[in-house]
Design a protein around this ligand. Structure first.
Ligand SMILES: O=C(O)CCC(=O)C(=O)O
Ligand SMILES: [Fe+2]
Length: 329
């Protein structure tokens, strides 16, 4: 039930059969052999695009349907992807760690899945522009407002400040946290909207908010020019907000932001990812965050791999030198 007493359906989930998992594994392994295992090489991306065609039809249809209409939750869970936890190396602890080699089939898998949503993309100032990034707790960063932390991570649209924020965020679980406490939270504007007053909606459509780059963008500075939090169709708007980085510039805007955060919280869903679970979030309409958990830094901590996808790579061409997959700024 949400604040209005409405029952909100949770994100849809899709579970692969054992046979389908085996087919996905073979496709991912073929990508691992491309470009000498260099994950960020364009030949790997090309191999991943080809491997998409090899994936089970049922899986491809589900991803394609999600791409067309991500539903009320703007998030979907795919279970049973080929992750063999026993073969997963110790969870890294280094700040900003990323995958540079395609040796983990899971990394190849994310690149392949990106091909179904559009294309993979990354940002040079963030996690050294790697297409597949580690989401792991980092010692000393417990309170960090970013994915290296382990306190509550507030709801955000990924890279909300950026004119070319990603369209989709993919998070693939290699290992859960020791206590099974860490939960990925998603909260969609589609489910929150009915709880907002007309006055609040109007305030959120006004360009009276600015958003800073997240701390993961390193030294990148500069607050965005004033923008609206909601845009597009009043009945099905796009959302651009990061509750730890968006500032309201007027009193009414401030009040609207508080109301929006409460509505998103009330409409949110929490999922505890286990190895082989892939969450895809529609970053145009749905925020995500994470509950607190307690890392041990013993090699057995929670470990997700993250890749962004964009539906139309061309749109960001002016940010991508050499027509690559990494936005330079
Ligand atoms: O740890 C999580 O479940 C989500 C972290 C996050 O927001 C991200 O990696 O973008
Ligand atoms: Fe995030």
């Amino acid at each position: 039930m949400n604040a209005l007493g409405l029952k909100l359906s949770p994100p849809a989930s899709f579970t692969l059969s054992d046979d389908e998992t085996a087919v996905v594994r073979r496709a991912a392994e073929s990508v691992c052999r491309a470009a000498g295992g260099r994950l960020d090489d364009p030949d790997t991306t090309a191999a991943a695009r080809g491997a998409w065609e090899e994936l089970p039809g049922r899986f491809r249809a589900a991803v394609r349907d999600f791409r067309r209409d991500s539903g009320d939750c703007g998030a979907m869970l795919f279970r049973g992807l080929p992750v063999d936890e026993a073969l997963v190396p110790p969870t890294p602890k280094a700040d900003g760690s990323v995958r540079r080699e395609t040796t983990v089939p899971a990394a190849a898998l994310l690149m392949t899945a990106a091909g179904g949503l559009g294309d993979p993309a990354a940002y040079a100032p963030e996690k050294s522009g790697a297409l597949v990034q580690d989401v792991v707790p980092v010692p000393g960063k417990e309170d960090f407002e970013g994915n290296a932390g382990s306190t509550l991570l507030s709801f955000h649209i990924e890279n909300a400040f950026h004119v070319h924020r990603p369209d989709f965020v993919m998070l693939l679980c290699l290992r859960a946290d020791h206590d099974g406490a860490a939960g990925l939270r998603t909260g969609s504007v589609r489910q929150a909207l009915p709880a907002l007053s007309e006055r609040t909606r109007q305030a959120l459509f006004r360009p009276e908010f600015s958003t800073q780059p997240p701390p993961s963008f390193g030294s990148a500075d500069g607050t965005t020019p004033p923008r609206p939090v909601l845009s597009g169709d009043p009945e099905d708007p796009d959302l651009r907000v990061d509750f730890s980085a968006t500032t309201a510039l007027t009193r009414e805007a401030r009040q609207a932001l508080v109301e929006l955060e409460a509505a998103i919280d009330a409409a949110s869903h929490t999922v505890r990812l286990t190895p082989g679970d892939l969450a895809i979030v529609d970053n145009r309409v749905t925020t995500h965050g994470r509950t607190a958990f307690r890392p041990r830094y013993d090699g057995g901590d929670r470990w997700l791999l993250r890749t962004f996808a964009v539906a139309d790579l061309r749109r960001s061409r002016s940010h991508r030198p050499g027509d690559g997959y990494v936005l330079s700024h």
